[in-house]
Design a protein around this ligand. Structure first.
Ligand code: HMG
Length: 398
């Protein structure tokens, strides 16, 4: 039977980061609260010339440079984001131009908070499995800049980045299971961002409860569908959760373990083995909203793809507001060697540490970033796509 799933992956992150310990000192909080209490390390901070388009373009350029990835085969481009740059024109349209993709292509954006990227991935999977793809591939990109107001509890959980995924038949990394998934939706006011704001509004404690309720609901449906498809819901070797901050993935695993009848010691033991390897990248970049689950998957594959070949991995996506999905995939034979070649963590190594003053100056300028004149000179890194500003109201990229 033909398989469909994630063939290749690539990440992009802003060139600067802030150590959460520096943020803790500036906010008069014990650093251990951010590091152990939230499970954070560094948060990626986007500069004025970096936006969700440039991050998406950098991730996609890296993906398209991967051996065996054929740009001309792409017939569908879906960008999942909750930090779009325009109410009408999708990031996918900017990318279509920046990447020089074929004109025989369907391009659009999907939104449902952090779930938007998963909506894109599962739509691409259905497009392939239904035969509508006619042998072509889909490019699915999750891109976001997570911002909370300075000094609020969400601030240490900010982040930014993009994940580009090539989704096709006979994938080299992860074969997904079309039609076998568990969705859960409920209208809640846990986290939102009104149209005139760059930073999100959140009821933190409620958001944690909503995430855990959605996990329970989505998992129960997925387990039922898995049994109907003659599968075993207990055969997951690893579990990747949406990671707004590392501790949330731990809370998720504890909750799921309890629902599965495991005691606290078993939850801790399985957390170390099944979840921890997926948390390294997110501790380096913070919350990437739509991309967070896929940074977790990339982190897991980077650490263990070789030993996971032939094994099944569970994936949980949560978007505030809310919509969630639990689904699974099997790591393909040969994925270990392929992932070593991909060097997924490379973009995280080449970054600059910001001081607190520089970070706050960037955040204070957020409100003017989208309207600055594209002709204003700025220091541009020739190896990256840059947002220059606007010219006659149009966004200009180089
Ligand atoms: P807070 O005020 O830091 O919460 O806000 P806290 O005071 O309860 O402290 C957090 C943890 O630190 C606690 O541990 C404390 O005990 C511990 P826990 O009880 O949770 O295990 N702690 C310490 N540990 C070590 N040393 C110390 C110390 N002091 C305290 N000295 C909150 C936390 C997550 C609410 C906040 O950061 C926030 O609002 N974040 C944004 C919202 C969020 O991430 N929600 C997660 C679920 S919703 C979601 O994932 C969707 C989302 O990605 C958006 C989307 O879908 O688009 C956000």
């Amino acid at each position: 039977m033909e398989s469909f799933g994630i063939d290749a992956l690539a990440l992009a992150v802003p060139r600067s980061f802030l150590e959460v310990t520096d943020l803790a000192v500036a906010r008069g909080v014990a650093p251990s609260k951010f590091v152990e209490g939230l499970g954070m390390g560094r948060i990626a901070i986007a500069s004025a010339d970096e936006d969700p388009v440039t991050l998406a373009a950098d991730a996609a350029r890296r993906l398209l440079a991967t051996p065996g990835v054929d740009k001309e085969s792409i017939g569908l481009v879906i960008v999942g984001t909750e930090t779009a740059v325009d109410h009408s024109k999708p990031i996918a349209a900017y990318l279509h131009g920046l990447l020089g993709l074929p004109s025989r292509c369907r391009v659009y954006e999907t939104k449902h908070a952090c779930f938007g990227g998963t909506a894109g991935l599962l739509t691409a999977l259905d497009w392939l499995a239904s035969g509508s793809g006619r042998g072509r591939a889909a490019l699915v990109i999750c891109t976001d800049i997570a911002r909370y107001t300075l000094g609020t509890p969400g601030e240490p959980t900010q982040g930014a980045g993009a994940v580009a995924m090539l989704v096709k038949a006979s994938p080299r990394l992860l074969a997904l299971e079309p039609g076998v998934s568990g969705s859960f939706a409920r209208d809640v006011a846990d986290f939102w961002r009104p149209l005139d704001r760059k930073d999100a509004i959140v009821d933190g404690a409620l958001s944690v409860r909503c995430y855990l309720d959605a996990l329970g609901g989505a998992y129960a449906t997925w387990a039922e569908e898995t049994r109907k498809a003659s599968g075993n819901p207990d055969d997951l070797a690893r579990r990747c959760y949406h990671v707004p901050y590392g501790k949330m993935a731990k809370k998720a695993h504890q909750h799921l373990s309890e629902l599965r009848g495991l005691d606290a010691a078993a939850a801790e033991e399985t957390f170390q083995r099944e979840v921890k390897p997926s948390l390294r990248f997110s501790a380096e970049v913070g919350n990437v909203y739509t991309g967070s689950l896929y940074f977790a998957l990339a982190s897991l594959l980077d650490a263990e793809a070789g030993e996971l070949e032939g094994k099944r991995v569970g994936l949980f996506s949560y978007g505030s507001g809310s919509c969630a999905e639990f689904f699974a995939g099997t790591v393909e034979p040969g994925a270990g060697a392929f992932v070593r070649m991909l060097d997924l963590g490379a973009p995280l190594r080449d970054r600059t540490r910001l001081g607190i003053e520089a970070y706050e100056a960037i955040r204070r300028a957020d409100a003017q970033v989208d309207t600055r004149d594209a002709a204003t000179p700025s220091a541009i890194d020739a190896n990256r796509v840059a947002f220059l500003g606007v010219d006659g109201g149009r966004r200009v990229y180089q």
